[in-house]
Structures are given as C-alpha cells and as structure tokens.
Design a protein. Structure first.
Length: 241
C-alpha cells in the first residue's frame, strides 16, 4: 500500500529503511535512490527495478517515483527512456563541469574570490608539476610561454595563458587537477581578459617564466613561491580595476 503522508518506510532493494519523516516524498525518494546508486547497490548493469516495483518497495506512488527519476536524470545519475527500465548513468565529469560552470556564471562571487581559491590549489599543483613533469611536457610548457609572448591580440594571449596552466595541471599526473581547473575555466578566462587587457602580457609572462625556471630545476618549493607571486600579481591587477 502506498502512502502519501510520510507515514510509511522507504526501503532499499530487499531491505527496510528508516521511516519517512518529511512531507516531501519526492525528495526522500531521490535521496534514498541517490545513496543506493553511489554505494553501488544496483550492480554492474546499473538497472533499477521497474517503476511499479520501486514504488512498492519504497512505499510510495508511481507518480512520486516518476518525479524522482526525472530529478535523478537531471542530476546525471540515471538514464530514463520511454518504455525502458531506468539505468544508472556512468560517471561523467562533463555533467559536473556544466553544473558548476552554470553556478559560476550566476553565483554571488567575484574574480577576487576565484584568486583566493586558485592560490592554494595551484601552488600545490605546480609543486607536483616540478617533481613529475617529463622533459617533453617541459618543452611544451616553454613553447606555450613563447607563443603567448608573440601572440598578436588579447584573445590569443588569454588562450596561451590558460593553456600554460592547463598543461601544468596535466603534468602533475593527477587528473583531478585538470578537472578542477576546467570547472573554473570560464571564470579564469574572464579574470585573465581583465588583467592582461589592462596591464598587458608582460607581468603574466614574467610569472610563467619564473614558474618554468623552478620546474626545470625540479625545485618544488621554488615553483610554489613563483606561482604564489604570479597569482598575487593577478590579484593586485584585479584590485586596481
């Protein structure tokens, strides 16, 4: 028997769960199924039970299950197709990037807030790059600096500036650094357009060359110091707007 007043229990596949306490049944169902998905309860094929069986197991109506599936689909956790059972969606970083990118475009934050986040993130990132970058990666980094120095317009300078930092992330060998930089990529490009557009590329190039010199020496501490100074200069330029 399904209940719409929050009085029955939600249960996972084959087991009972805590009783519903809130009136928002859809949210309760979303949270329960989301937890089951993240803990891997739906096996290797990722197939969820049919809508009717889910409703019976969870003690809610088909309408509640259907709405919960719609929300889980929007969150990138399930694939819902007409006439087919819902299926767990494979992990896709692009969903995270799009969601966070939208927030950064609409959220209540400033480019100075971004600098505060970049300083601890990129100082540790560049220290790892100093330890792990291959000679080939170092050569590509050097080339990017020279490409930025000879770029003829602001758009190209910003592109090569971004590429330098992206390559640093890749040279750590840790894919999460690249993912994290990509999530703030749009905001970082706006920041670079403002600072390079106002003060020119020389200050950024000075920072890149100091970072690169430390990486060539495998000097992790020197790389941290150079990156911190590089980002502090960007912070000064933003404050002087």
């Amino acid at each position: 028997m399904t209940v719409a007043d929050g009085g029955s229990a939600l249960a996972g596949p084959g087991r009972s769960g805590p009783p519903l306490k809130r009136l928002n049944l859809v949210r309760e169902v979303v949270e329960r199924i989301r937890g089951q998905i993240l803990s891997g309860e739906y096996g290797t094929d990722g197939l969820l039970p049919p809508e009717g069986r889910l409703g019976e197991t969870l003690g809610v109506s088909r309408t509640v299950v259907r709405e919960a599936m719609r929300i889980l689909g929007a969150q990138g956790l399930v694939e819902v197709s007409q006439g087919k059972r819902p299926r767990v969606r494979p992990a896709d970083p692009q969903t995270v990037l799009e969601t966070f990118g939208t927030y950064l475009q609409r959220g209540d934050h400033t480019l100075l807030d971004l600098i505060e986040v970049r300083i601890p993130l990129e100082t540790e990132m560049v220290a790892l790059a100093a330890q792990r970058a291959t000679p080939e990666q170092m050569d590509v980094l050097e080339k990017t600096i020279e490409d930025m120095a000879t770029a003829k317009n602001l758009k190209r300078r910003v592109e090569f500036d971004a590429r330098f930092h992206d390559l640093l992330a890749a040279s750590t060998g840790n894919p999460l650094f690249s993912l994290l930089l990509t999530t703030v990529g749009g905001a970082m490009r706006r920041s670079r357009s403002e600072t390079i557009g106002r003060t020119g590329a020389d200050r950024a190039l000075q920072g890149h060359r100091a970072i690169m010199a430390a990486i060539r020496k495998r000097d992790a501490q020197g790389a941290r110091k150079a990156m911190r100074e590089h980002l502090r200069m960007a912070e000064e330029d933003l404050r002087d707007r």
